[in-house]
Design a protein around this ligand. Structure first.
Ligand code: AMP
Length: 192
């Protein structure tokens, strides 16, 4: 089973991904984490993307595509991936579909965590004091929310058309969201 977890920054994608990983024995593929690691390790790629990431802009499709290709083509992760932070636009969604097809896989469910800008701001400011992310401040949070708003609709429409999209209330408590997500995944598992 491959899952996409979708939502604005601060929606709780990372928290919910970790819950799903533990409960269903999947692997989390967070493009944001992979990119932050490049910056932390001071790689050539890291130096190219630091400014973009810190300003809340998206990194190029080509760069993120290369990162996910390694993951999707690795047999260890076959049909066990939760995509966190990918796809972010329609072109990435189509790229992912092709890549999965090439590797004889597909997406089974897309979980959209729906939250307001107010909640996003509040959560990002809380997270800043815990994780010390360079892109977690109010200005950049707003920018990242706007970046999300710009391209999220086309992605959501794409998955709505293929009947894969399930909307989850991301404003609820973590345990309530856990329960709602488990219910949705268990229904899918029954079909597989
Ligand atoms: P995240 O941890 O998912 O909030 O991502 C943090 C930042 O990494 C984003 O603001 C982008 O700059 C970059 N990033 C992560 N995933 C992608 C993606 N799929 N496409 C482009 N940029 C991305």
């Amino acid at each position: 089973m491959n899952i996409i977890i979708f939502g604005p920054p601060g929606a709780g994608k990372g928290t919910q991904s970790k819950f799903i990983v533990n409960k269903y024995n999947l692997y989390q593929l967070s493009t944001g984490d992979l990119l932050r690691k490049e910056i932390k390790d001071k790689t050539e790629l890291g130096s190219k993307i630091t400014e973009l990431m810190n300003s809340g802009e998206l990194v190029s499709d080509h760069i993120v595509s290369r990162l996910i290709e390694n993951f999707v083509s690795n047999n260890k992760y076959k049909n066990k991936i939760i995509f966190d932070g990918y796809p972010r636009n329609l072109s990435q969604a189509k790229n992912l579909e092709n890549l999965l097809k090439l590797n004889k896989q597909k997406i089974d469910i897309v979980l959209e965590l729906s939250v307001s800008l107010e909640t996003v701001k509040k959560r990002i400011l809380e997270r800043k004091s815990l994780e010390k992310r360079a892109d977690d401040n109010e200005q950049v949070a707003i920018k990242r929310f706007k970046t999300y708003e710009k391209s999220s609709k086309e992605v959501l429409d794409y998955y709505k058309q293929s009947n894969l999209l399930k909307v989850v209330n991301g404003e609820a408590s973590i345990s309530d969201i856990n329960a709602e997500i488990s219910g949705l995944i268990d229904t899918i598992k029954g079909w597989l």
